[in-house]
Structure formats: C-alpha cells, structure tokens
Ligand binder design. Structure first.
Ligand SMILES: Cc1ncc(C[n+]2csc(CCOP(=O)(O)OP(=O)(O)O)c2C)c(N)n1
Ligand SMILES: [Mg+2]
Length: 326
C-alpha cells in the first residue's frame, strides 16, 4: 500500500515540478494552478476508489486527474495546446477530462462541478448503477450558493457522493478568516444533514482510512453523501510556477510547518530504499516521455476551431425554428 501511495504522490509532484520548470519558456499554452503541497488529498481519496468510480474537480486538478488514473500524456499535451491533449488542446490545464479513467471534468468556474457531480450521482442512482461520485473543491467554493444547494439535494436523494473540500486556507490572496463569518466548513456541511469530518495536517493515511470506510459504506448501501474537509496547504502562488511570499498576504513561517510535514517525504520514508529508488526511476522515465510526447505532438489544425463547440450541432438557428413553429 505505501509503495502505491508513494508512486502516486511522487509522480504528481514530479509532473508539477516539470511544469514549473518549463513554464517560463512559454511552451505551455495554459495558466497553471499547481497543487504542489496538496497532493496527499487526491492520492488519499483516489486510492479508495475503483476505476468505474468517477470524480469531478476544479482548475487546480492536476493531482486529482493523475491520482484517478488520467492519461499523463494527454494531460501534458493539453497544457502544450496540442492536438493529442485530453481535450485536443482546447481546454488547457483548467479543463482536464479523461472519462475512460473516470475523470469527468474540471472547471475554471468556482463551485460549478459540485452540482455536476450531484447530478451525475442522481443519474447513476436512477439507472441503478453502483458508482461512487467524488467532487473536489476548495474552501472558497463553499461560499458559493451551489455548495449548500448541492448538499441539500444529495441528502434529499441519499446520493453516494463524496464531497472533498481541499481547505488550503486561501481563495487567491484572501485568507479564510477574512472571508467566512463561520469558518467551520465541516459544521456547515453537518447542518445540511451530511455526515462530515475534518482531517487535519494534510494527513494522507488518516484521510485515506476515513474515506475508505465511507466508500465501503456507500457500496454497501448504508451511507448517503459524505463530506470531508481536508486541511492542506498550497506551496506555490495561486496561479503560476513561482512562490509568492513577497506579496504579503502570507508568510514563509506559516508555510514552514506544512513543508516540514510534506506527505511525499513522509510516505517515502515508509518504503524500503531499493523499492523507492525503483519507483522513482520508473516515474522519471514516464514523466520525461510525457513531455517528449507533448513536444513532438502537432498543434490542432485550424479546421478544429469551430468543432466541439456544441455537444449536438443545432439543426436550425433559433429564428428558423420559430418561423417553422409559427
Ligand atoms: C464563480 C467564480 N467566481 C470567482 C472566480 C475567481 N476565482 C478564481 S480562483 C478563486 C479562488 C477559489 O478559492 P478556493 O475555492 O479556495 O480554491 P483554491 O484556489 O484555493 O484551490 C476565485 C474566487 C471564479 N473563477 N469563478
Ligand atoms: Mg482555497
């Protein structure tokens, strides 16, 4: 188990370090919201899921995408804006999708995928399919009306949805204390009737244990929606590859305890050295190959510009449809 956790954590960290390294060359055609420091949440949760389970995420979802089994080449090529990207180079880092792996979509619009996930879970329930639907979102997203509305509907219909709040303490540059009158997000979820808990300190193994039992109860049909507030910390700037401690909204001393508690390093220490080295070599080769694949891939043809705009092309313009109906 620790080997698999380490491989997933290290792989995400290395992909994002490479993204940060290459970003200044302007080869990446997408803004990047790095999850460096927060990988433990995605790994803890996705290791409790099955391939047929699904997840939805935010613009900060590289970790979720990779932890759920999303194709690494498709993700890196997507950031390069290439035809071989997971959305053919049209979505960029904030719109990752790999439905084969159960990564149903991520969005730049804060909070949107919370409702998408609940709707998906409802559809699965109506079709009597045993699927656990997970949605990742930030502490900022809990301030959107869609959050309590979605919790309410999930409780009403007793849906197997895992609500995973990645609480990194900030929405862009504003701390949670300056934004939320009642900053106990877990308590707000409980008030909606969702069984909820808070996991402190970015603790990968603790979170995994709790999520695993929740998922097992959902599969057994003995649990409806569950909410987890996962305390974590973003090491890099809100968007981009750099540190931002010079901006004044947070201090390096605040970050220190989180960096010292790095889950990639902590889980590495639980893996025998020879195994760890083999994992690292395998991951380095995979990451290198993914960036080479992206570099070598073509940009989309200009004929792609107007494709994939609508799911189903409109048969008639609205005015024609109105004329026909009249
Ligand atoms: C509906 C909407 N409102 C505002 C924004 C601008 N915005 C982009 S990121 C962000 C902060 C969200 O913070 P949080 O949910 O905590 O996620 P984090 O970036 O910390 O992972 C905001 C307000 C947006 N993208 N969408
Ligand atoms: Mg946040």
């Amino acid at each position: 188990m620790h080997e698999q956790f380490y491989k997933s954590l290290f792989r995400i960290r290395r992909v994002e370090e490479e993204i940060a390294r290459i970003y200044p060359t302007d080869k990446l055609k997408s803004p990047v919201h790095l999850s460096i420091g927060q990988e433990a949440v995605s790994v803890a949760v996705c290791e409790a899921l099955r391939p047929e389970d699904v997840c939805f995420g935010t613009y900060r979802s590289h970790a979720m995408y990779l932890a759920k089994g999303g194709d690494i080449n498709g993700m890196v090529a997507e950031m390069y804006g290439k035809q071989t990207g997971c959305t053919k180079g049209k979505g960029g880092s904030m719109h990752l999708v790999d439905t084969k792996a159960g990564v149903m979509g991520t969005s730049a619009v804060v909070g949107t995928t919370i409702a998408n996930a609940v709707g998906y879970a409802y559809a699965m329930k109506l079709q009597r399919k045993k699927v656990v639907t997970t949605v990742f979102f930030g502490d900022g997203a809990t301030e959107e009306g869609v959050f309590p509305e979605s919790l309410n509907f999930a409780v009403l219909k007793n849906l197997p949805v895992l609500f995973i709040c990645e609480n990194n303490g900030y929405a862009i540059h504003t701390s949670q204390a300056k934004r939320q009158g009642h900053p106990h997000i877990t308590e707000r979820a409980k008030a909606a009737g969702v069984q909820s808990s808070c996991v402190e300190d970015n603790d990968c193994l603790e979170l995994h244990g709790q999520v695993k039992s929740a998922v097992e109860a959902m599969r057994a049909g003995t649990s409806g929606p569950r909410f987890f507030e996962c305390k974590t910390y973003r090491w890099k700037e809100h968007v981009g590859p750099n540190e931002d401690f010079g901006l004044g909204y947070r201090t390096p001393s605040e970050a220190k305890r989180w960096i010292e508690n790095d889950q990639v390093t902590k889980i590495a220490a639980l893996v025998p050295e020879a195994t760890r080295k083999a994992i690292e070599a395998e991951v380095e080769a995979e990451v290198k190959a993914a960036f080479e694949f992206a570099e070598a891939s073509p940009f989309p043809d200009v004929s792609e510009l107007m494709t994939d705009v609508f799911h189903t092309p409109c048969a008639a313009t609205p005015s024609e449809a109105v004329r026909k109906a009249a």
